[in-house]
Design a protein. Structure first.
Length: 300
C-alpha cells in the first residue's frame, strides 16, 4: 500500500514510518530534505497529495502542545482544524482510499464518574483549546465520510510515550530531570500535579494500532487507542526514580501545575480490540526504561 504520512518528522511519525515500511508499505513523507510541510497552506497540501497520489493518508501533523494552546488558541485551531480540512479535501481530490485522522483523549475533557473507563460514546466536554480543536477535526473527518464518501477512520489516542519524545511531555521531562539531578548531585526533582491519572501506552504499540485500524477499522467510526489502565503522574515519577536507582526524591512545584487539569483520562480499548485483535506488546516499565535510556543518551 502506498501511504503518505503527515507529521512524519514529529515524535510518533518516525515510529509509524518504520512500522509501515517493516510491513511492506511504500511510504511517502512530505517533509523531506529539511522542507516544512505546512498543512494550513491549502495549495501546498493539494499539490503534494496530487503529486504522490497515495492510497492511504495517516494524518498525524498537528498542534500537540496542550498547555501552549491556552496561550495561542487561534494558532492551535488553525493547525488542527483548518489543516485537517485541507488534508481531507486534498485526499478526496487525489483519490485516496482511506484517511486515518489522529485525535486525542483530551476530546473527552471533563469526565463525570472518576472511576470509569471511557468508551467512545462518552460525552465530549473538552476543557482546553487543544481538546476543542481535536473535537472539531474529528467531526470534519466524519463529515468527509458522510458527505463525500471518503473513508475516514478516527482515533482518540490516549497518552503515549517512548524514545524520541520531546521533554514538553511529562514522561521524558521527568526522565531528563532525573538524569540531570544525578549528574549535578541534586537531592530532588520537581513535578506538577501528582494526582492526575492518565492511560499510558508505548508509542510502538500505538503505531501498530494505527495501521491495523487503517486496514480493519470501519469508515466514519472512532476508536480509542489506549491500554485501559490508569497510572498517576506521581506513580510514573516514582517508578522512573526507582528504575534509575532511587537516589533522588520527588517534590511538587506549583509552577508546573496547569491552570486547568483534567484529573483522569483512562480509556476502554474494547472497540479497538474487537475490530483488530490488537494488544500491547510493551509493558509500562519497559517503556519507562526506554525513555530513561533515551534521556541518558541525550545527556551524554
Amino acid at each position: 500500500m502506498k501511504a503518505l504520512v503527515t507529521g512524519g518528522s514529529g515524535f510518533v511519525g518516525p515510529h509509524l514510518v518504520a512500522h509501515l515500511r517493516e510491513m511492506g508499505d511504500d511510504v511517502v513523507l512530505p517533509e523531506t530534505g529539511g522542507a516544512v510541510f505546512d498543512i494550513t497552506d491549502r495549495t501546498a497540501v493539494h499539490d503534494v497529495l496530487d503529486a504522490h497520489r497515495p492510497e492511504a493518508v495517516y494524518h498525524l501533523a498537528a498542534w500537540s502542545d496542550v498547555a501552549a494552546s491556552w496561550r495561542e488558541p487561534n494558532a492551535c485551531l488553525r493547525v488542527n482544524v483548518e489543516g485537517t480540512a485541507n488534508v481531507l479535501d486534498a485526499a478526496r481530490e487525489c483519490g485516496a482510499r482511506r484517511v486515518l485522522v489522529v485525535g486525542s483523549a483530551e476530546e473527552y475533557g471533563k469526565v463525570v464518574g472518576r472511576g470509569a473507563r471511557l468508551e467512545e460514546g462518552a460525552p465530549l466536554q473538552p476543557l482546553t483549546p487543544y481538546g476543542a480543536s481535536k473535537v472539531a477535526a474529528s467531526y470534519l473527518a466524519l463529515q468527509a465520510w458522510l458527505g463525500s464518501g471518503l473513508e475516514t477512520v478516527r482515533v482518540r489516542a490516549f497518552s503515549h510515550t517512548g524514545p524520541g519524545q520531546s521533554d514538553r511531555f511529562v514522561v521524558p521531562a521527568l526522565a531528563r530531570r532525573i538524569v540531570a539531578a544525578e549528574r549535578e548531585l541534586a537531592p530532588t526533582i520537581t513535578i506538577g500535579a501528582r494526582g492526575a491519572i492518565r492511560d499510558f501506552s508505548d508509542v510502538r504499540d500505538i503505531v501498530r494500532a494505527y495501521r491495523l485500524l487503517m486496514e480493519l477499522g470501519e469508515p466514519g467510526e472512532v476508536y480509542n487507542v489506549c491500554s485501559g489502565v490508569g497510572t498517576s503522574i506521581g506513580d510514573i515519577a516514582d517508578r522512573l526514580v526507582a528504575r534509575a536507582g532511587g537516589r533522588v526524591g520527588v517534590e511538587v512545584d506549583e509552577a508546573l501545575v496547569r491552570p486547568v487539569e483534567v484529573p483522569r483520562l483512562v480509556g476502554d480499548p474494547a472497540k479497538l480490540v474487537g475490530a483488530t485483535s490488537w494488544s500491547p506488546r510493551f509493558s509500562l516499565d519497559a517503556t519507562l526504561d526506554a525513555v530513561l535510556e533515551d534521556a541518558r543518551r541525550q545527556s551524554s
